[in-house]
Design a protein around this ligand. Structure first.
Ligand code: NI
Length: 133
């Protein structure tokens, strides 16, 4: 198979997390580790998009970030059919942890999670899904 090179820009802390991951799993180099991460993520993408699933979107953010709260609220109202509940915890002085319980087609939940996690100011975000059929 042809190997192609491409440039990737990441924050310093992501790069050092990658280096820790490379060491921990004894990858010979960063490229191998990145290949592994891409492949394993793409496998998860293959789940049937129309399957009914339930899960949670977990996000951590700084509530001082301009307009973030209203943007998050706006997206959640757009997807109100898929959202079962939202729990907000004031984690630290500036940090909030939100757990959004969701249910619907996996495609819809992925869309919703991408919109939420992709919002500027979200520090960390993850979608967990499980089969309910
Ligand atoms: Ni809070």
């Amino acid at each position: 198979m042809n190997i192609r090179r491409f440039g990737v820009s990441v924050e310093e802390n992501i790069l050092s997390a990658l280096d820790t991951y490379v060491k921990k799993h004894s990858f010979p180099n960063r490229s191998r580790a990145i290949r592994h991460l891409i492949k394993s993520t793409l496998v998860n993408e293959k789940v049937d998009e129309n399957k009914m699933v339930a899960g949670a979107i977990v996000i951590v953010y700084d509530h001082h970030h301009r307009e973030l709260n209203s943007k998050l609220m706006h997206v959640q109202h757009e997807y109100h059919d898929a959202i079962l509940s939202t729990q907000h915890v004031h984690l630290e002085h500036d940090l909030c942890l939100e757990t959004i319980a969701v249910k619907g087609k996996s495609k819809t939940l992925q869309e919703l999670a991408d919109r939420i996690i992709g919002t500027k100011g979200i520090k960390h975000g993850k979608l967990v899904m499980t089969d309910i059929e």
